[in-house]
Design a protein around this ligand. Structure first.
Ligand code: HEM
Length: 215
């Protein structure tokens, strides 16, 4: 039992709930500030973004540290990104707008930054429901293609964040720099793979010429 509790996935799974417990604490003790609904909504959006960034950081960290066992953590962090995004959306629909669909419709039409939020949320949700081993097996090659959409979701989230901002740009700037670094890493790995493939192709083309010369 104790060994199961010490398992990394359990520990991370519990740690990821701390932001939610902290939010509940601030809500109960009236510590959300002057506009509690806005604070709740923004903090849930912030945590969803942070978990999305952490999910994207797993593969680069895995390759730098040469620690291949991190894939289950990536799935867990991705599920938490979806969980906090769902709470962010529920707060918007239920607490911010009291499920007044006409008002929600008008707000969505008038606020293009919400379109990007909706796009990002659809992707994050789709990836969460197809993150199991079973779905991976069933989708085969399509699974990888589908899960690459996470990059476009991250770009949509950062634009969503900037677009609705009225004040301090320091925090989104930090997230922007982190995502640029993470995407650059992925691009560098891809270019390296292409280069190796290209060199191999060049070598196999040269081989018959070398063989002919030797004859
Ligand atoms: C994966 C999906 C999403 C992520 C990661 C996300 C993240 C964020 C972040 C980080 C902010 C800025 C919070 C701040 O200023 O500190 C934000 C604001 C906002 N988001 Fe999202 N969002 C997502 C989807 C959505 C969706 C689907 C909607 C609406 C249906 C939405 C509605 C809003 C609104 C209205 C704000 C402005 C909050 C305010 O200042 O009052 N978001 N979101």
């Amino acid at each position: 039992m104790l060994l199961r509790l010490i398992n990394g996935r359990y520990v991370i799974g519990i740690v990821c709930l701390i932001p939610l417990l902290w939010l509940i604490y601030d809500t109960v003790f009236d510590a959300l500030g002057a506009d509690p609904i806005q604070a709740l909504h923004q903090r849930l959006g912030d945590w969803s973004l942070r978990f999305l960034w952490l999910t994207l950081a797993v593969t680069p960290v895995q390759s730098v540290m040469k620690w291949p066992g991190m894939t289950p953590y990536r799935q867990l962090l991705g599920l938490y990104a979806c969980f906090y995004a769902s709470l962010h959306v529920i707060t918007y629909l239920a607490i911010d707008h009291g499920f007044m669909w006409r008002l929600i419709g008008i707000d969505i039409i008038e606020s293009p930054y919400i379109w990007l939020g909706l796009y990002a949320y659809s992707i994050v949700f789709l990836l969460a429901i197809t993150s199991s081993k079973w779905a991976k097996k069933r989708l085969g090659k399509q699974w990888k293609k589908l899960h690459k959409l996470i990059y476009s979701a991250a770009i949509a989230v950062i634009i969503h964040y900037y677009w609705q901002l009225k004040g301090n740009l320091a925090e989104p700037m930090f997230y922007l720099i982190v995502i640029i670094l993470l995407l650059s890493f992925r691009l560098a790995v891809r270019l390296k793979k292409h280069k190796i493939k290209f060199n191999k192709l060049k070598l196999t083309r040269k081989m018959p010429v070398i063989a002919e010369k030797n004859n």
